[in-house]
Design a protein around this ligand. Structure first.
Ligand code: FES
Length: 232
């Protein structure tokens, strides 16, 4: 697999995480939910690659995160091409919910340009109020609401994109109710992925309705119906 190189042209503080802008050729930009295995070329300080996800930002720039605190503007970054399965927004989706559970909503917000391009209404549901520096970057047409608003209006979305750590998967049934789902959805499962897609270590295993799958190659975005009720 060819190794790519990009320059980190800017570093941004977004809540508790750092993000960066890379001058990577657009044909290698990851789709929302896909990841780029990456290492700084300065001193090769990371033993294992960092997984960079596309996050919101100007559409003409590739903004990724989270990045390590040690990375500085101007640093050269080695990357592999986009890995894994990202979100696939259905063309028919008219009311899209973005649901961040125990994580920053920044990765989900990379879906906003796609939803607006198909004239869908978008609401961001968060269990914690996002940091002001994140809210400033949310387009005004996107409604921001607490997670409880989703739980009270489960008949509103026709598509739900969720971002959560693997350890929070058991909470999905609590959040979305025990009954059958009223909508389609996909889940970005955050987990360590030390072998970055070689599929050999098993650290990133996720229990699904079709058995154990690997987030690094089968995900990290899984169909909601595959992980709903299963994990835990
Ligand atoms: S990260 Fe090693 S199998 Fe997925």
């Amino acid at each position: 697999m060819p190794e790519l190189t990009a320059t980190l042209v800017e570093v941004l503080q977004l809540g508790e995480e750092l993000a960066g802008v890379l001058d990577l050729t657009p044909k290698f930009w990851p789709d929302p939910g896909q990841y780029l295995p990456a290492q700084s070329r300065v001193g090769k300080t990371e033993l294992l690659p960092i997984h960079l996800f596309r996050i919101f930002g100007e559409e003409s720039l590739l903004t990724v995160g989270p990045i390590p605190e040690s990375w500085q503007p101007g640093e050269q970054i080695s990357l592999l091409p986009p890995h894994g399965h990202g979100f696939a927004l259905p063309f028919s989706a008219c009311r899209v919910g973005l649901c961040a559970v125990d994580v920053s909503p920044s990765r989900l917000l990379s879906l906003v340009p796609l939803t607006l391009a198909q004239d869908a209404a978008v609401t961001l549901f968060c269990d914690h109020q996002p940091a002001p520096c994140i809210l400033q970057r949310v387009p005004s047409v996107v409604e921001v609401a607490p997670l409880s608003a989703l739980q009270e209006n489960l008949d509103w979305p026709d598509f739900l994109a969720i971002d959560l750590p693997r350890g929070s998967l058991p909470h999905l049934a609590e959040i979305l109710g025990e009954k059958s789902l009223l909508f389609d959805g996909q889940v970005l499962v955050r987990t360590d992925m030390p072998c970055h897609g070689l599929g050999e270590c098993g650290v990133c295993a996720v229990e699904t309705g079709h058995g154990s799958k690997l987030a690094c190659v089968d995900g990290p975005v899984f169909p909601l119906k595959e992980v709903f009720h299963v994990a835990g």
